[in-house]
Design a protein around this ligand. Structure first.
Ligand SMILES: Cc1cc2nc3c(=O)[nH]c(=O)nc-3n(C[C@H](O)[C@H](O)[C@H](O)COP(=O)(O)OP(=O)(O)OC[C@H]3O[C@@H](n4cnc5c(N)ncnc54)[C@H](O)[C@@H]3O)c2cc1C
Length: 450
């Protein structure tokens, strides 16, 4: 198995937009060209706003091209837990935002004509133990009450592989190739009239009162307003709110192709993409190239400036152990490659957007579930920065100027989460019963941000 620096989904863009040299003026500058930044810039250009997009590498280089490719209406925290912690109306609002984000991302595929293998496929939050199955039933109930499109399903009836007992099937969304998607969105952005500068990191962002200046290695942008869509790297910019994002490294592994006959043999007849109900999820999905991509399980923290890195061998080995435990019938399938990416975890584990200063708005719609949400928030922030009232869906995640509590996400806490999941697996294997460790998290996110 090769450990690679870049995304395993698609090659890098064939050409690169030139970096910024010298000083320029514009109306709005968007900093960070992931799905969120590109979507914001596209919306601004569509509205006739003179917009500049600065990207430290090439557009889509970050999490947006490296993720597992689930277009999901999940939010990062456990639904049952959210049901306990948030008022019913707030929860409904949050899930409506997440579901609209899915439709937004689907529309973007159609609107820009992006060929990225999107399959509307009913992602299943799948249980691998009786304890997880009980939790799946409770989660389905919470989600139904919150108005989310989701239903409880039994494993065999839902065509899940042997060993997956059932779960909650999301009624919207599916999977795609995020590398191909991002290349398509990048092409649309470049041809849209957005002034794109690649290999142009923003070093410093200053709100001067009358506007914003952004310093880059070889130039400066003066703008009326700015949007920060820098995800995990946000902590590297002093204008970003303190404790906005904790960078977390997430790894994925891809197998060699597996024949349809073998998938049928192990009972994966629905081919449904799955995430498990562990405290730190495991994800398993098929790709149009016939391979299986799986990941997460083990998360690692990092400090800015974030390194351009590969997954650690021991983390990739642990993911493979998990794959073999879940799919004993596929133990002989060769492994091809492993890659990873940085996600930015907010201290509430919920998507957030708000104001860093009078003229600078930010988004952090991520937490490992933000592929569609980041794009939707980018679009809504673009409307907001050009004078629109706060959209209902933006209001669902709006943080305004409030401070962020320090995140409890740390290397030791993530390791403890991994240990708890493994202990829980072990217990399930021994007793065919499983505790629900997610409940332990309740204490930590009981009072989101003060
Ligand atoms: C391995 C992995 C698996 C995931 N799986 C899923 C999934 O299946 N489904 C899902 O919904 N979500 C998933 N996610 C999360 C999802 O990918 C992100 O939430 C989403 O892509 C975030 O988009 P973004 O535009 O906010 O950030 P990014 O895509 O990270 O973009 C931020 C951009 O800003 C640039 N940048 C940073 N600092 C600067 C600066 N100072 N100046 C200029 N540019 C800068 C970066 O180079 C980067 O291109 C996963 C993430 C990872 C890493």
């Amino acid at each position: 198995m090769k450990l690679i620096h870049e995304t395993g989904w698609a090659p890098p863009p064939a050409t690169v937009a030139p970096p910024l040299t010298g000083d320029i003026d514009c109306d709005v500058v968007v900093i960070g060209g992931g799905g969120g930044g590109m979507s914001a810039a596209l919306r601004l250009a569509e509205k006739g706003v003179d917009v500049v997009l600065l990207e430290a590498q090439t557009l889509g280089w970050g999490a947006s091209s490296r993720n597992a490719g689930y277009i999901t209406n999940s939010v990062a925290a456990d639904p049952e837990l959210l049901g306990l912690l948030l008022e019913a109306e707030r929860l409904r609002h949050l899930y409506r935002f997440a579901e609209n984000a899915v439709h937004f991302a689907e529309d973007a595929i159609t609107h820009h004509g992006i060929d990225c293998g999107y399959q509307q496929a009913g992602i299943v939050m799948a249980a691998v133990s009786k304890g997880q199955l009980r939790r799946a039933r409770r989660n389905a109930k919470v989600l139904a009450e919150a108005g989310s499109s989701a239903e409880f399903v039994e494993g065999r009836a839902a065509g899940l592989p042997d060993g997956f007992l059932g779960g909650v099937r999301e009624g919207v969304g599916g999977t795609l190739n995020p590398g191909e998607f991002v290349l398509g969105l990048r092409a649309a952005t470049i041809t849209s009239g957005v002034r794109v500068y690649e290999h142009t990191p923003a070093r410093d962002v200053t709100d001067t009162g009358g506007g914003v200046t952004v310093d880059t290695p070889d130039g400066r942008v003066r703008a009326r307003k700015a949007l920060l869509t820098t995800n995990a790297d946000s902590a590297g910019l002093s204008i970003a709110p303190k404790n906005l994002a904790t960078p977390v490294w997430t790894s994925l592994v891809e197998t060699e192709p597996v024949t349809p006959e073998r998938l049928d043999e192990i009972g994966w007849t629905s081919r449904a993409p799955m995430v498990t109900l562990h405290m730190i999820l495991e994800s398993y999905r098929l790709t149009p190239r016939g391979t299986i991509v799986f990941g997460t399980r083990r998360l690692q923290t990092g400090r800015t400036p974030l390194p351009d890195r590969t997954p650690d061998q021991h983390v990739a080995d642990d993911l493979v152990r998990g794959f073999h435990e879940r799919f004993p019938g596929l133990r002989d399938v060769p492994l091809q490659q492993a890659w990873g990416g940085w996600i930015g975890m907010s201290s509430t584990w919920l998507p957030v957007a708000g104001e860093a200063s009078d003229n600078v708005l930010y988004s952090l719609a991520c937490n490992g579930h933000g592929f569609a949400q980041a794009q939707y928030v980018g679009h809504l922030l673009a409307d907001r920065i050009s004078g629109a009232a706060l959209h209902d869906d933006l209001a669902a995640i709006w943080h305004g100027r409030k401070h962020f509590r320090r995140s409890f996400v740390s290397g030791p806490a993530l390791y403890a989460g991994w240990l708890a999941d493994r202990a829980s697996d072990r217990l399930a294997a021994l007793t065919k019963q499983q505790i629900a460790p997610t409940r332990l998290l309740g204490f930590f996110i009981a009072h989101p941000n003060g």
